[in-house]
Design a protein around this ligand. Structure first.
Ligand SMILES: [Zn+2]
Length: 353
């Protein structure tokens, strides 16, 4: 069989949001809050365009005001500041209560976050950080204060509604059963001309692979499916879809250890927490892909025969408290679109006979 492979060489840019370690938690919460802050406009739009949000006219007006001043908020040198209440006693005490965040009443004023409350121990005693849905609630609350809203409970309710709107569009899949530090987070806006927003959380790092993913999507002109997972499908593609939805996302079981690195003075960038032995592990994520290829395709009629596979690598090492931890390996993300039409299931069964 002739194999035709078209290789697209692309300049890949990965945005990695990561921060220095704090206390026992790591920098994951700071990364999540910064990412959410920079995407707040998109999350407000999801709420405004979805009935699930059930917002009143007044709430709608406030969300529009928040959205309207985002450019000014983003233009500040340090819009978000992270400090600990225990190291700065009294900073976050408002009306006798310790708050998770605070800000002033003017657009562009910095938002202060209380590091002590951004990390918590889960039921198994493992440190976790707040997630995007919690982060959006806090950020909407604080940005609301910038528009002269003093009522904290009103802003809590508004933040919760935006979080609810986001929750409807987001799929989160965790690799581990005992913590949420290794995750894929996918947001599908489910509207025409939109592409999935995809984030990898690898402990302290939050990696935005949305642009890279979008560049890999294509519409098949002629294709043969990949019958077995290890063989690539054959496809000839010229067109790019006008939109896509990535769903049914799961980690596949072919995660494997690639190699062992012994950290020395020659490769100090591979030494984490003074570890001698660091493993490189490969992770695979797979999901269904609905590409809008035809000119008049909609989310209902889009081609459902596509899949996408995301591969990335991470350094595995034991941290100071002797538990395993992962560090994302920069530039390791590889994305592949697969074509797996429904009748492939039948042909696979025949082969198995
Ligand atoms: Zn408040």
């Amino acid at each position: 069989m002739k194999r035709m492979v078209i290789i697209f060489l692309m300049i890949i840019s990965q945005n990695v949001f990561s921060w220095d370690e704090v206390n026992n938690g790591g920098g994951a919460a700071e990364g999540t809050l910064t990412y959410t802050f920079l995407n707040v406009g998109k999350y407000i739009d999801l709420c405004l365009s979805s009935d699930i949000c059930q917002i009143s006219e007044r709430e709608k007006e406030i969300l529009s005001q928040i959205k309207g001043s985002l450019e000014e908020e983003f233009a500040q040198e340090k819009p978000l500041i992270f400090i600990s209440e225990s190291s700065n006693p009294g900073t976050f005490i408002i009306d006798g209560e310790i708050k998770i965040a605070k800000t002033g009443s003017a657009v562009g004023g910095p938002i202060y976050f209380n590091l002590d409350l951004l990390y918590f121990k889960n039921n198994l005693g493992i440190y976790e950080s707040i997630d995007i849905k919690t982060a959006i609630g806090i950020i909407i609350h604080e940005l609301g204060h910038h528009h002269n809203i003093q009522d904290h409970s009103f802003l809590d309710a508004l933040g919760a509604k935006v979080a609810l709107g986001l929750n409807k569009h987001i799929q989160v899949s965790s690799f581990f059963s005992f913590n949420d530090q290794l995750q894929v987070i996918v947001l599908n806006e489910k509207k025409d001309n939109s592409f999935p927003q995809i984030l990898l959380r690898v402990y302290d790092d939050l990696i935005d692979i949305s642009d890279e993913f979008k560049k890999k999507l294509k519409c098949n002109f002629m294709a043969f499916p990949n019958l077995i997972d290890i063989l690539p499908g054959i496809s000839i593609s010229f067109k790019r879809p006008k939109g896509a939805v990535f769903h049914n996302i799961h980690w596949t079981n072919n995660t494997k250890i690639e190699k062992l690195i012994t950290c020395t003075t020659v490769n100090p960038d591979k030494c984490f927490d003074n570890n001698k032995d660091v493993h490189v592990e490969n992770f695979y994520i797979k999901g269904n892909l609905s590409n809008l290829c035809d000119k008049d395709a909609t989310l209902f009629t889009g081609n459902k025969d596509y899949r996408a596979r995301i591969k990335f690598s991470a350094y595995a090492y034991k941290n100071k408290s002797n538990t395993f931890k992962f560090k994302f390996k920069k530039g390791s993300v590889k994305i592949k679109q697969l074509w797996e039409p429904w009748w492939q299931i039948i042909s696979l069964n025949l082969i198995n006979y």
